[in-house]
Design a binder for this molecule. Structure first.
Ligand code: 26Q
Length: 743
């Protein structure tokens, strides 16, 4: 970065009569002008991250911070009479929907910060994840037209556009490159689809509704679109530098597949090598086996993609042929390595007229990784047990992490400064130094209490502005912010809140410390049950917040339009992070890490990375409850009957609000349906909400009680900060670089 030139130009910048959006574009353009060039692909070994989602959030502050000019920019703007916070009106680029997309963004940040060559490939959606509004308690989706603010951080590369061919159409993939600043400037390349109206649809929406054939095919087109463009870029770049002998391709390229969504890249790679470059199929397959690596992010069956042969044949007939051929090779190989026919079938890539993309990934990838210790064990012992038995050396764990630059330095400047004061600022470059915070003095605890107060005040002010709701500062803040999904059990929190509410009302919980529950969650537009849960939570919030008897003691907020920028405020201001998924189902979680870094204690189950969090910060400094994976297995074996749990009068009262007229679902019948599914469905209460509800409520009560001793509680929080270094994505990226990418 030509820092002095940038600052000089900024000082000269004429701000007269310019609105915020114009200023945003002009200042960003100045930063781009002086930032230096993006790294080129392919001169030496690079890793490439293929992902359907990159949830980058707001770029402005983060980029200026990474370029080392944020503080000076703030000062220069202040002299011109501009508060840098005005740019908060520029909305986030939400080209992702949850943990998987945010992880991709954190990884790019860490790799650039560490000076490692990792580049991203994805789609430049016209509309990002929908903007959420709440009407009559229900989620409504509005298009997220993020480009209306301009896109000053991207460079369109017309000269590098290429054609992507489907059987029934041809589409241009036009790259837009976004710099990722750090020790070096890496590149996030997002392709935009251009051509006729049909072509442009391909990059129009993130997760178009796929409840019709047409929707499913559109999604398949999207996956092929960016995978094929990325593979073509990499192959072309290699051929230019090294010629057409592909033996050395893996010495220059390693391609990380972020879940199954880009796995079709493997077949495209083989297609390209065998057709355009006339390589033998087996040779191409072997090169692919040295090039690709696969990360699994979920064991939920509905999220493990499989494609009907009919769809693939219709738009990508060559790819269908290649996948069938790989499937034959895989089956033979599994059997020659000692698997039975049945076992080979279990791992089959093509069976029953469908392609199983996870099985394709596991067979071809040189490495397969889960995203937290428990998750990887489940992959090895359950989901991919046969593959693990056959290729044990492929499997490894890479516990997730989050970038401490955005999730601590940027979103909690006050805490970062306290850490500087206490242990020096070396931790900003070498996060492992954060552990020097352990053994803190009383002074630091007092400092921490002050910081938490400030961050809480900022959060509550923001909520007052956004949601029109006042929350007093002495309230204990619980937060559950994540995608809305039944396995994440926002519903269990809803029931727990009702139990606290009735307890306060009846006098049983007359001394409970005042607290607020903050929810942030978007439901997939077609996920009906999730939408019902949102409606239920909003109904509860309305009732509790308007009850004058309890409302000085308990409040509920369901924030509208939860996004990365909102998250930055919530993680910094919360006291307690709710991570209450059914044990075994949350692969890792990364929100849990963001809260930990900011000194919120975890109230959660033994699931995902929660296990590793309490391993490091101590069980005694967090609040663990609920059935473990092993316990759940036994409960299932013995036959789980949730009706037994409802014999407890407090649970009964909470659950029956779904049907007893306490709340209205506007006549839709969805609350009754939810009730039936919990108690009398085919697989009643499949996520064990009622099983864990009792211990959850007790845990929430003890947290409120412990919080009364403010100092002791702050110590627990600070110990969490001090032991959070492991959850920096700098650590994760170093592991990927060393064990998988070899860069
Ligand atoms: C699948 C099929 C059809 C359409 C969509 C999908 C689909 C889309 C998105 C399936 C899964 C996702 C997203 C998954 C995700 O965000 N997983 C989260 O990944 C995080 C990063 O590893 C983990 O921390 C979380 O535990 C995991 O839930």
């Amino acid at each position: 970065m030509e820092k002095t030139l940038f600052l000089h130009d900024l000082e000269e910048l004429d701000i007269q009569n310019k609105d915020v959006i114009t200023l945003y574009n002009e200042i960003s353009a100045l930063a781009m002008k002086h930032a230096g060039n993006m790294d080129e692909f392919g001169g030496y070994k690079c890793a490439y991250y293929l992902s359907m989602e990159f949830l980058i959030g707001r770029s402005f502050y983060n980029n200026l911070m990474e370029l080392g000019v944020l503080e000076e920019t703030k000062k220069i703007l202040a002299l011109k009479g501009i508060d840098i916070n005005v740019f908060e009106e520029i909305e986030d680029a939400a080209l992702g929907n949850g943990g998987l997309g945010r992880l991709a963004a954190c990884f790019l940040d860490s790799a650039a910060g560490l000076g490692l060559p990792l580049h991203g490939f994805g789609i430049r959606y016209k509309y990002g994840l929908f903007k959420q509004a709440v009407e009559n308690g229900c989620q409504v989706e509005l298009p997220d037209d993020w480009q209306r603010f301009g896109d000053p951080w991207s460079v369109r590369r017309d000269s590098e556009k290429r054609v992507i061919e489907y059987a029934d159409m041809r589409v241009y993939a036009v790259p837009y490159d976004m710099p990722v600043f750090g020790e070096k400037t890496n590149r996030l390349r997002l392709y935009q689809a251009e051509g006729d109206a049909g072509a442009e649809k391909i990059s129009e929406y993130l997760y178009p509704a796929d409840d019709t054939d047409e929707g499913k095919i559109l999604r398949l087109r999207q996956e092929y679109f960016f995978s094929a463009a990325a593979v073509a870029d990499l192959v072309e770049c290699y051929v230019k530098r090294h010629g057409k002998n592909f033996e050395k391709f893996p010495e220059y390229n390693v391609i990380q597949l972020n879940d199954t969504h880009p796995v079709i890249a493997v077949a495209e790679f083989i297609r390209l090598l065998t057709t355009e470059y006339r390589k033998k199929f087996t040779d191409a397959l072997n090169i692919a086996k040295r090039t690709f690596a696969y990360t699994n992010h979920t064991i939920l069956p509905e999220a493990l993609e499989c494609w009907k042969e009919e769809y693939v044949r219709k738009i990508l007939p060559d790819i269908a042929e290649i996948m069938i051929k790989i499937s034959v090779f895989a089956s033979r190989e599994y059997q020659s390595l000692g698997c039975t026919k049945e076992q080979a079938l279990e791992m089959a890539i093509f069976k029953g007229g469908k392609f199983y993309m996870a099985n394709l990934a596991v067979y071809v990838a040189k490495n397969v990784n889960g995203v937290a210790g428990l998750h990887t064990e489940i992959l090895k012992n359950r989901l991919f047990a046969t593959a693990h038995k056959t290729y044990p050396q492929k499997f490894m764990n890479k516990t997730n992490g989050v970038t401490h630059r955005r999730w601590l330095e940027l979103c909690n400047k006050e805490l970062a400064e306290l850490i500087d004061k206490t242990i020096g600022n070396g931790w900003r470059k070498d996060i492992s130094l954060l552990s020097n915070l352990n053994g803190f003095t009383e002074n630091t605890v007092n400092g921490f209490i002050e910081v938490k107060k400030i961050k809480k005040r900022q959060l509550l002010k923001y909520i007052a502005e956004k949601e029109g709701m006042e929350i007093p500062e002495n309230f204990l803040v619980f937060a559950q912010v994540k995608r809305l999904h039944e396995y994440k059990r926002q519903l269990m929190t809803a029931f727990a809140i009702l139990e606290l509410y009735y307890g306060i009302k009846s006098g049983k919980l007359s001394n409970l410390h005042p607290c607020v529950f903050i929810f942030g969650a978007k439901s997939a537009p077609s996920y009906k049950r999730a939408k019902t849960i949102i409606r239920f939570i909003n109904a509860i919030a309305d009732k509790i917040n308007s009850d004058a008897l309890t409302n000085g003691r308990l409040k509920v907020v369901f924030v509208r339009n939860y996004n990365v920028s909102y998250a930055e405020k919530i993680v910094a201001g919360a006291d307690v992070s709710l991570q209450v998924s059914t044990a075994g189902l949350e692969a890792s979680g990364t929100g849990n890490m963001k809260f930990m870094m900011n000194g919120a204690v975890t109230c959660g189950t033994m699931d995902g990375a929660n296990i590793e969090i309490v391993e490091r910060a101590g069980l005694e400094n967090n609040y663990i409850f609920g059935a473990t994976v092993e316990e759940l297995a036994n409960i299932k074996k013995a036959g789980y009957n949730p009706a037994v749990c409802v014999s407890d009068p407090a649970h009964k009262q909470a659950v029956e609000t779904l049907t007893d007229g306490t709340f209205s679902d506007g006549g839709s019948g969805e609350f009754k349906e939810l009730y039936e599914c919990l108690l009398h469905g085919e697989n009643p209460d499949g996520y064990f909400v009622l099983h864990d509800l009792g211990s959850y409520v007790q845990t929430l009560i003890s947290i409120c009680n412990d919080y009364v001793n403010n100092k002791k509680f702050a110590e627990k929080q600070l110990i969490n900060v001090a032991n959070s270094a492991y959850f920096s994505s700098d650590r994760t990226i170093k592991e990927y670089a060393e064990h998988i990418w070899k860069i």
